[in-house]
Design a protein around this ligand. Structure first.
Ligand code: GLC
Length: 745
């Protein structure tokens, strides 16, 4: 072995030094594929095995001898995680790694604005680049199948089309910095409960129509350079090296040339990982070794065991070479690209992006008597109530937790914005989670409060009675079971007695607005008793400034829900039919798994409430403005066409209010005559338009006939059946304003 190493080293150096030329693999004027092949043939077997598994918590070794750099990666989808110690989750306590914390991805999805997704990805990618990371472990785009999923706040909602439109620009934005986006968690990691043993059971039609499209768009249109496999199982194998997902679909049908990385600790054996399409192993807790044992990396499934397996002929070098090619390609697209930008961190542009995305993502759910925006000529005393008005939220929630440069809380933002124009009285109202620490990062807040619930209630009611307006800031808080990785919610209800408190406050003062800060839907039994409701998401550094801007009308809200706001879990297919969280089962190897039948099939979100004629609290795509919009009659460019044709639907939309606003015009398509059961309607297009008061715009949305079919599992193909289709245009899935029919022959 040594002789071979020496010989190839000499060969390499001789050739290069003799010609004085840069070796092809180092010459970034050469096509990447040529460079990959040149590097591959120079590498020893051990170097090939080394490059495909981690050397530390968040890095892989590269090939030092050849000057092929290490790959450094970092969480997460909403900001660049603080540096951790070599092999620890604990932060390294650096002093230069405080980041811009961007709004949660659900907030981004709620903008329904692909330009915001591009801005988001570019800005976040600049921070990852500045921190010299080659791979950003995001975006997460698992489907909002249940409102209880602990990581819904990290994802982009329930609808595959909306996700597809938002994930592509995000990926392109990140990668424009020479940093790989890592789309996760491929696939079906749609819950956190039993996330390592969950075994979703679903048919191909459900898989292809609901759970794959966002990932396919990221791979084929976004050209994502890496994907991260999930922890869960699927048809007998772990997602991170599932031959169906990784080999047949991602690398086969989608012809994807990127690198698949495991989730951290998602690899459980060598043979399956070798043949299941995994390319890089991270975070393993290997056989017989405790977490982080000093020589754990030598014992990774893709380390000594794999090397020995190749040397003894158990595995061929062919599979290994494919993995190595993909990792080399990743390296050359990122850290070996001398032309990539240098990035930036904590810039004014990133702060502005955080604010702009947040303002466009906040959703005005209800504004019964136009209590909002607050009018400070009339409102002279404001009661701000609720723990979420003062609690910092950038810390916590799991691997997406951040060490933000700063965070403006809602109360701080309001005080700054309002100044002496009105009196603000704050009352806590309830004590939820007074802590503020994750992996060694602390908020520095001391939210300890030993008062009794009754004392807190009385203080809040007194403040409410004395005020002109009550602003209640509640919701969840990224603590366990409250929007947090590895734990699902236990119910749809707000925690800490908030429902009762809101009801009491509404009785004390009907001029109440509830600002719900959460990344997932909650039950709102008090919706009929309050005036206004704002869905405020986790908004990052600029939380308080963003919310003050919307509440005072500096920004006119234009967000739309990226998921259905169920009144109860009975309105959600995963719970009504889907057996969430599933039941104990045994896999082919006799291991205990958690079978999770997706009995609801494709009927997720509004597809389920439409089919069952259910009225959610607020429908998918719902969101109000401080102005109003009127839709004219929908027209279509052709009454008939083939499935190869495009159909353009045009609707005049007018701003009938007194201030400029943005409207998301949504296009749903209904197949009126189908041989299979299909949803009442499905989102197939949208357009966000800004209109001045009185202005009318002709909004056109084009769909391809070929995109209007269903997935036929038997044929393993998309099928568009001839017949009548209907275009439904509206302001949400529950607010269709105009329709028009067309025929596909
Ligand atoms: C976590 C998460 C994944 C994250 C990774 C590294 O378990 O599932 O999203 O990127 O490990 O922290």
């Amino acid at each position: 072995m040594m002789k071979k190493v020496l010989y190839s080293a000499l060969l390499g150096l001789t050739a290069a030094s003799a010609l004085g030329a840069t070796p092809v693999y180092l010459d970034d004027t050469k096509p990447i594929e040529e460079r990959v092949e040149d590097a591959l043939q120079r590498m020893t077997l051990r170097e090939k095995v080394n490059i495909i598994h981690a050397q530390s918590k968040f890095s892989a070794p590269g090939v030092p001898r050849l000057g092929i750099p290490e790959i450094w990666c970092t969480d997460g989808p909403m900001g660049v995680r603080p540096e951790v110690l070599w092999d620890e989750w604990e932060q390294a306590k650096w002093t230069n790694d405080s980041c811009t914390a961007f709004p949660s991805l659900t907030a981004l999805a709620a903008t329904w604005n692909p330009e915001m997704a591009m801005l988001y990805g570019k800005s976040l990618g600049e921070e990852a680049r500045f921190r010299n990371k080659s791979m950003l472990l995001g975006p997460g785009i698992n489907i909002y199948r249940t409102p209880l999923n602990g990581r819904n706040f990290e994802y982009m909602g329930e609808d595959p089309y909306l996700i597809s439109q938002m994930v592509v620009p995000y990926v392109k934005g990140v990668q424009s910095n020479g940093v790989a986006a890592c789309v996760k968690h491929f696939a079906l990691n749609n819950n956190e409960i039993n996330r390592h043993t969950s075994n979703p059971i679903l048919d191909d039609r459900t898989l292809y129509e609901i759970y794959l499209p966002g990932f396919r768009a990221a791979a084929q249109e976004g050209d994502a350079w890496t994907f991260m496999g999930g922890y869960n199982l699927f048809r007998g194998e772990h997602a991170s090296y599932n031959p169906i997902l990784m080999n047949d679909i991602l690398k086969g049908e989608w012809d994807w040339d990127g690198a698949v990385v495991s989730d951290w600790g998602a690899v459980h054996d060598t043979p399956s990982a070798v043949k299941g399409g995994l390319d890089m192993e991270f975070g393993s807790w290997t056989n017989g070794l405790t977490n982080g044992a000093s020589n754990a990396y030598d014992n990774y499934f893709f380390a000594e065991p794999y090397l020995k397996g190749i040397e003894d002929g158990t595995y061929s070098e062919t599979e290994l070479n494919d993995k190595v090619r993909r990792v080399l390609r990743l390296t050359m697209r990122t850290v070996m690209d001398r032309n990539r930008p240098f990035g930036s961190m904590g810039s004014d542009e990133h702060v502005a992006a955080c604010r702009e995305i947040g303002e466009e993502g906040v959703v005005l759910l209800q504004n019964r008597n136009n209590l909002l925006p607050l009018d400070l000529t009339k409102t002279k005393k404001i009661a701000v109530i609720g723990e979420n008005a003062i609690k910092m939220m950038t810390v916590g929630g799991g691997s997406s937790s951040l060490k933000a440069r700063y965070e403006v809380t809602p109360l701080e933002g309001l005080k700054k914005r309002i100044g002496d124009k009105a009196e603000i009285v704050y009352a806590r109202g309830y004590v939820g989670d007074p802590t503020g620490e994750y992996n060694g990062v602390v908020t520095g807040q001391d939210l300890t409060d030993n008062r009794t619930p009754e004392q807190l209630l009385q203080e809040a009611l007194a403040a409410a009675r004395e005020a002109d307006v009550v602003l209640f800031f509640g919701g969840l808080n990224k603590s366990n079971h409250q929007d947090c990785e590895d734990t699902d919610r236990k119910s749809l209800d707000l925690p800490y007695g908030q429902n009762e408190l809101i009801e009491a406050l509404a009785k004390a003062n009907p001029n109440i607005a509830v600002i719900n800060i959460s990344g997932t839907g909650v039950a709102m039994p008090w919706a009929k008793d309050v005036d206004s409701i704002l869905q405020a998401w986790y908004l990052g550094n600029e939380t308080g400034n963003t919310l003050a801007s919307v509440l005072l009308g500096d920004a006119n809200p234009s967000g739309k829900l990226p998921y259905t706001y169920y009144a109860s879990l009975d309105q959600c297919g995963a719970h009504k039919l889907g057996e969430y969280p599933g039941h104990k089962g045994i896999d082919a190897l006799g291991n205990e798994v958690w079978d999770m039948p997706y009995n609801e099939g494709i009927y997720v979100g509004y597809r389920f409430t439409d089919k069952n004629k259910l009225k959610p609290t607020f429908p998918f795509g719902h969101g109000l403005s401080y102005t109003t919009f009127e839709y004219g009659k929908a027209g279509i460019d052709k009454a008939e066409g083939s499935k190869e044709d495009e159909f353009t639907i045009t609707v005049p939309v007018t701003n009938t209010g007194d201030r400029t606003g943005k409207e998301v015009v949504q296009l749903y398509i209904s197949d009126k005559k189908s041989s299979v059961d299909r949803p009442v309607k499905e989102l197939k297009g949208f357009s966000k338009v800004e209109l001045a008061p009185g202005e009318t715009k002709e909004v056109s949305i084009t769909v391809k006939g070929s995109d209007l079919g269903y997935f036929d599992a038997e044929k393993h193909a998309w099928v568009v059946e001839p017949g009548v289709f209907e275009a439904l245009v509206g302001a949400s899935a529950g607010d269709i304003r105009t329709k028009t029919k067309f025929n596909i022959r």
